[in-house]
Every structure is written in C-alpha cells, then in structure tokens.
Design a protein around this ligand. Structure first.
Ligand code: NI
Length: 220
C-alpha cells in the first residue's frame, strides 16, 4: 500500500488515482494539524462494505509510548495472522476474489508483502536522512505482475515473516523523537513515522480482514 492507494480495485487507474488522491488529501494522509478523532479508527463507512471490513483508517488523536507499542505489536502479528487467514485454502480458494471485482485472496497476500517492503524502506530512510523523498507506487499494477498474482502465497508469507522480524526489531529501537521524523511522500507530502506506524498497523489488519471476512461470508 501507499498512502495514495488504500483502495484495492481493478477499476480505471486514472479514476482510481484521482479518487485516492482526493481522499488522501482530504482526510487522513497528511502529516500535520488535523482534527483528531478518538480511538484511532473511523467507522463512518458502511461496515458491510467489503472493502473496509475494519473501517477506514484514521490516525489517533495523540501518540503515546503505550500506543506505539500496541501498533508495533499489531505489525508484529501480521505474518502469523495472515498465514492463519489463508490456512487450509487450496488453489481455487486462493484464486477467488475477496469481493466482486476485487483482488484474489492470493493477490491480497502478495500486496501486503509489496506494501510493507516499501514501508520498511521508507521508515529506514526517514530515520537516516532529513525528510527524504519517497515515491508512491502503482499498487494496482504491481498486483497484476506475475509474482504478485500467482496462486502460491508461500513466498510472500515467508517474506513477511522475515521482513516483519527486521521491521519490528527496528521499530522497537526508536524513541519518541525518531517517531516524529518524516519522509516526504510524492503524493501526500510530509508524513511522520508516528502517522505511518498507525497506518501500517491498520493496513495489516485491514487486508487480513479482507480474507477472514470472505471466509466468514462464504462459510469456508
Ligand atoms: Ni493496501
């Protein structure tokens, strides 16, 4: 995921990009002053919307060491939870879209790996450079590439296990000052690591829930 592309859709890319940009610029993507919302997650969308099984992302009103620990724990849990979400699913199930016109279950798994590779690099850049530029990527096109649309998800699950191991070790080493550092996103402008931490904690839960909600709906 990039901040610019929270929506997973195979729809028209230009429309999608414009829609995403509007949503990001209007709502949750920029670092800096905004009206905070309590609770960290906003449930203002129809909760039956299969695109947002845990609600849309909204940053918390304030960051505390306890909240950061909670977010890091959520990020640490992603590989095992995603692995459990697809446990027992064979080829036909992994090729099933998680919603009408949505990505397949396998693509969702591969996307989390693609997104979190980008996230990991962005965090490291922000800690070692002064507001470094980072680039949005076209997640819809990435999801169509052969390695990200293949049915076999083992490679991405193993990648996530290793990646999150490194990422979480790094995140747990950061102090409050480092979480206030920023990277400069090509679509959203400056983003604090606090904001990014909350976002990626949401992101892992968001996509895992795409799969668990599908299995619940389908009785798999
Ligand atoms: Ni995503």
């Amino acid at each position: 995921m990039t901040f610019a592309m929270l929506e997973d859709t195979g729809g028209n890319l230009m429309q999608m990009a414009r829609r995403q940009e509007r949503r990001c610029l209007a709502a949750t993507c920029r670092a800096g002053p905004r009206a905070p919302r309590p609770g960290g997650f906003r449930y203002d969308r129809d909760m039956t919307d299969p695109r947002y099984p845990i609600g849309a992302f909204a940053p918390p009103p304030a960051f505390t060491p306890e909240l950061r620990r909670e977010y890091i724990d959520q990020i640490a849990a992603v590989p095992a939870r995603l692995r459990a979400a697809v446990d027992g699913l064979t080829e036909g199930y992994l090729d099933h879209p998680y919603r009408d016109e949505g990505w397949t279950v396998a693509q969702v798994v591969h996307h989390v790996a693609d997104s979190h590779i980008n996230a990991y690099v962005r965090f490291k850049l922000a800690v070692t450079e002064d507001n470094p530029p980072v680039k949005a990527y076209n997640e819809a096109l990435w999801a169509g590439l052969p390695d990200a649309s293949a049915t076999n998800v083992r490679g991405s699950l193993d990648l996530l296990t290793s990646l999150h191991g490194r990422w979480v070790t790094f995140l747990r080493s950061l102090d409050a000052g480092q979480f206030s550092r920023t990277y400069h996103h090509s679509a959203m402008g400056p983003v604090t690591l606090d904001h990014a931490l909350a976002l990626y904690a949401w992101h892992g839960r968001h996509h895992t829930a795409h799969i668990t909600a599908l299995r619940e709906r389908m009785g798999w």
